[in-house]
Design a protein around this ligand. Structure first.
Ligand code: GTP
Ligand code: MG
Length: 377
């Protein structure tokens, strides 16, 4: 495979070295931290038939990431995203060594329905920050994305200027698999980016409900983007999502939209007034802005910095991160227990009959669950 062919499809055609990522041959059969049972031999054989670059040692990954080497950072992320069991072991070694060097960036999650302007905002905000000499990493959680789709893929046009900045690093959502696996990979990628010295991590996620909760669980500040005019039902905005936000930006407050945007801001500020703050000591507010023209974006960033200063001083920021780590542990445990259970051969062979017995009303559901659980304990 030539180097050009290894470039991901979201890389601009004329991109130089600023785009360090390369597509590596994947391995079928996900473990996401689970046992090696499902590794596909066929794919592994096919992968070795293609000459590829020498595998890096754990030390090389660690030193490369710490030195801010973008090519090695990209390869380390690919290692983390791999579903091959031996990659998982090395990826966790790399992470363990980098963990003490992570945690120094400001983590911002951005959500909103498709077309709300998330990518446009990230481009505008990213350019503002890189203009101040800050290093910005852009990640995404999009469980619906596949190799041919996904929101950041369309962003090679939307984030074109940002992608050319040497201080910026853009990585699309890990593809395939369940939300849990995608979120884990993004979370670990975030730690790598922090160890590589990025000051700000922006995580984009499309509003699907579950992915917003996943991103809320990995960031310090969570921003909800709304567009004026579209009814709440149209935007799929539920009260629950508003409750997760540390701020709301009514975007596209430009042209004829300005008046409607101001009205929406007032309305949301009234609603926010009655909600319990998601962050202790911080009252979420609604703002207007235009990601496209840039109006209001510097002011929005000032709010985010104020949040950072205030929650760092009060201890709320550190407490949130501790709690997020604890919750993440339990999320991973629950996922892995479930995968272990359903992957167990005794369960797989007994399940169809027990299911049938339950459906025919011959076996109480609780007894059926107990019987299945006993097969693995
Ligand atoms: N008028 C106006 N248009 C905007 C603004 N921000 C974004 N847009 C336009 O809205 C469209 C969608 O913007 P994106 O940034 O791709 O939206 P997104 O939320 O990232 O969308 P997905 O990634 O598909 O979920 C584009 O055509 C943008 O040019 C804005 O502030 N004002
Ligand atoms: Mg987008």
């Amino acid at each position: 495979m030539s180097d050009a062919a290894q470039k991901p499809e979201w890389t601009p055609d004329d991109a130089g070295d600023a785009f360090a990522s390369r597509v590596m041959k994947g391995v079928v059969g996900g473990h996401d931290g689970l046992s090696a049972e499902s590794e596909s031999r066929g794919t592994a054989v096919a992968a070795t038939a293609v000459p590829h670059r020498r595998q890096l040692t754990t030390e090389q990954y660690v030193q490369g990431v710490l030195a801010g080497d973008r090519a090695i950072l990209a390869r380390a992320i690919t290692l983390i995203e791999s579903n091959a069991p031996h990659h998982f072991v090395q990826a966790q070694d790399v992470l363990r060594q980098l963990l003490p060097h992570s945690g120094n960036s400001l983590r911002v999650g951005i959500t909103g329905v498709p077309g709300a302007g998330k990518s446009t905002l990230i481009e505008t905000l990213g350019l503002l920050l890189t203009g101040q000499g800050q290093r910005v990493a852009v990640l995404a959680v999009d469980p619906t994305s596949s190799v041919s789709g996904g929101s950041i893929l369309g962003d090679k046009t939307r984030m074109e200027k940002l992608s050319r900045q040497p201080e910026a690093f853009i990585r699309p959502s890990p593809t395939g698999g369940m939300l849990g696996g995608v979120a884990r990979k993004t979370r670990e990628t975030m730690l790598l980016c922090e160890a590589a010295g990025f000051d700000v991590i922006l995580v984009e996620t499309v509003g699907t409900g579950q992915s917003e909760i996943a991103v809320r669980g990995m960031v310090d500040f969570f921003l909800l983007l709304l567009v004026p005019g579209a009814g709440d039902e149209l935007q799929g905005i539920k009260k629950g999502v508003v409750e997760l936000a540390d701020a709301i930006l009514i975007n596209k407050a430009d042209g004829e939209n300005r008046v409607r945007a101001e009205a929406a801001r007032a309305e949301y500020n009234r609603a926010l007034h009655y909600l319990t703050p998601i962050t202790e000591g911080w009252r979420a507010r609604a703002y207007t802005g235009s990601a496209m023209s840039g109006v209001g974006i510097a002011e929005l960033w000032a709010v985010i910095r104020q949040f950072q200063a205030q929650t760092a001083a009060s201890g709320a920021l550190a407490a949130r991160r501790r709690e997020q780590a604890r919750e993440w542990l339990h999320t991973l445990l629950a996922e892995q227990l479930q995968a272990y259970f359903y992957g167990h051969t005794a369960v797989q062979s007994a399940l169809p009959d027990i299911e049938q017995a339950v459906m025919r009303g011959e076996m109480p559901v609780s007894a059926a669950a107990q019987a299945l659980l006993r097969l693995v304990s």
